[in-house]
Design a protein around this ligand. Structure first.
Ligand code: FES
Ligand code: MG
Length: 571
């Protein structure tokens, strides 16, 4: 190739600096020709035994390396902060932005011409794409793939979704504690991430929809040989992308985001995709607003019959044809011209794909709901928006008026929800405050708060719930999330009191607190911020600089693309 690659600023030429860069690398066993100007490909690995969803990446990465070598590139693997959903406290989301900083600086500061982003668990995917987008280098995502279906007592069970169901069944007296304990080993049976259409599967689908991963990336199980093959082909492809100078900014266009939003509706994807796609768009500099979620996602039929919206799991999705088959079903709604990492368009990529199971990928006229997507609600309770996932909500509750039962924070909720004296019935609206970006901090997945035990025992399984929190992509219910501005900064949510009437009307996108402006002004005067004193460290920086959910909850100073110019020499 004729173009001089950025890695040559380290590895090319003669002199003290080139000596240093090459000599130390040679302790990896690299021969002289490793530095001859061939594409140097970083492999950004979120492997961690504390992130079980990426714990198999030591093996998967070898297939990526093989592909890079076959195509004449030099693979160099590096670790980055791994955001694991199941262990990290107070919430993995607090660290998404930190991880993205790690990724961005590692890419820009090191000799690499392109990067393979190895992501699995929920927040790993956006953190890697956000960081790479701020550098705008050629990049391809390899997702780790979902676990095999959970199986318990002869029946399939889904990550997350059945945890919420089973724990409510135990509280309602429908399941024993022994059965609950046994389900633990039955749910997670193989390497991989959650195998429901939770946030991990959603984000693997989003990167495929955006054109950032090879077709098939979303659905192959982690242990399927197809996954290893996709990793290998991605390794080959990134070398070609470097030669073509096919960078993220050519792929992450408005068309690509519009496609991803539509596909999110079709797959019944996680509400978390909203904040992640907004944050990614902010990094690459593509205009995208919360309103676009309603604009592009409205009236998209949810045709993928997967938990939590439907009944199947990622294995069936894979065998039915995976995401390309979903895209084919709604091809008339997509922008088929959008460019992808294959160097071809979305339309080229999905030509010739088939739907092999119409119970899993439903025909449009048999959709789970014709109103898929994410509803963006407005009103005096959330002037900057709140969201709800209609496909996960109860049809009888999407238009509802009820009396507020207010929890000031998560501890207040936990202390109060099962108090037999709590004045609450199934017509009430549960309101949870101070769980937003600054309030928790990190905007935890607590918005799908469990219902009071006494109502569960009566057979109640859903109620309207409103908060500034997020919820797990594996969760379900008539749950209003991401209310902005959040309570902790004095958003109207902070002013709700027990007994206020709240009206939710999803069809007209309305969320209204029936309290007069005068009364709200009076309450505001008495309000004080509950954000606790920070003790320094990253959390202080986060709370000071995090933006609200309608801006993707990124840190304000991280917005934008800072490019990949070679920094000044280190010696
Ligand atoms: Fe990692 Fe669900 S906990 S994907
Ligand atoms: Mg999750």
């Amino acid at each position: 190739m004729t173009r001089k690659l950025r890695s040559q600023a380290w590895f090319g030429g003669f002199g003290k600096d080139a000596f240093i860069h090459r000599s130390w690398m040679k302790n990896n066993g690299l021969p002289d020709d490793a530095f001859d100007g061939r594409p140097v490909i970083g492999i950004c690995n979120t492997f961690s035994e504390l992130t079980p969803c990426t714990a198999h990446f030591r093996g998967l990465v070898e297939h990526v390396k093989a592909g890079i070598l076959e195509a004449g590139g030099l693979p160099l693997e590096f670790p980055v902060f791994s955001c694991g959903e199941s262990n990290l406290r107070p919430t993995a989301m607090l660290f998404r932005n930190l991880a993205s900083m790690d990724v961005e600086e590692a890419i820009r500061g090191n000799p690499m011409d392109g990067v393979v982003l190895m992501a699995g668990c929920d927040k790993t995917t956006p953190s890697l794409v956000m960081g790479a987008a701020s550098c705008d280098v050629p990049a391809i995502v390899v997702s780790g793939g979902p676990m095999l279906n959970g199986r318990f007592r002869g029946k399939p069970i889904g990550s997350g979704t059945d945890v919420w169901k089973f724990s409510e069944d135990v509280r309602a007296g429908l399941m024993t504690e022994q059965e609950f304990a046994a389900a633990e080993s039955a749910m997670s049976r193989s390497p991989g991430h959650c195998m429901t259409m939770g946030t991990a599967s959603t984000m693997a689908s989003m990167v495929e929809s955006l054109g950032l991963a090879l077709p098939g990336n979303a659905a192959y199980p982690a242990v399927d040989a197809h996954r290893a093959r996709l990793a290998r082909l991605s390794g080959r492809r990134i070398v070609a992308m470097v030669k073509e100078d096919l960078r993220l900014s050519a792929i992450l266009t408005r068309k690509a985001f519009a496609n991803a939003i539509r596909i999110n509706g079709a797959i019944g994807g996680s509400t978390n995709a909203v904040v992640h796609l907004l944050a990614i768009a902010g990094r690459i500099g593509t205009e995208l607003t919360l309103e676009d979620w309603d604009r592009y996602g409205r009236d998209i039929p949810t045709i993928l019959n997967l938990m939590p919206s439907g009944k199947f799991l990622m294995e069936e999705f894979c065998y039915a044809g995976g995401l390309p088959a979903v895209m084919k079903e709604i091809a008339d709604l997509l922008d088929l011209d959008a460019l992808t990492v294959t160097g071809k368009t979305v339309g080229d990529n999905i030509a010739g794909t088939e739907n092999f199971n119409e119970e899993v990928i439903l025909p449009r006229d048999k959709a789970l709901t014709q109103q898929g997507g994410i509803a963006v609600l407005r009103g005096n309770l959330a002037p900057n928006g709140a969201i709800l996932k209609p496909s996960a909500a109860s049809p009888e509750l999407i238009r509802h008026r009820g009396r507020a039962v207010v929890f000031e924070n998560i501890e207040h909720y936990k202390a109060r929800v099962d108090d037999p004296a709590l004045d609450i019935d199934e017509t009430c609206v549960m309101v949870l405050k101070n769980c937003g970006p600054k309030g928790y901090p990190g905007m935890a997945e607590v918005g799908n708060m469990a219902l009071p035990q006494k109502l569960l025992e009566k057979g109640v399984r859903d109620m309207v719930r409103i908060s500034d929190a997020r919820m797990s992509g594996t969760a379900f219910g008539t749950v209003v999330l991401h209310a902005a501005p959040e309570a902790a900064v004095g958003g109207p949510l902070a002013l709700v009191e027990d007994g206020d009437m709240i009206e939710l009307d999803v069809e007209s996108r309305r969320l209204h607190l029936e309290v007069s402006d005068e009364e709200l002004t009076r309450r505001r005067r008495l309000w004080t911020s509950p954000v606790p004193e920070m003790q320094g460290g990253y959390q202080s920086l986060y709370v000071e600089r995090v933006m609200q959910a309608d801006h993707g909850a990124d840190l304000d100073f991280l917005v934008g693309c800072r490019g990949h110019d070679v920094p000044r020499e280190s010696h």
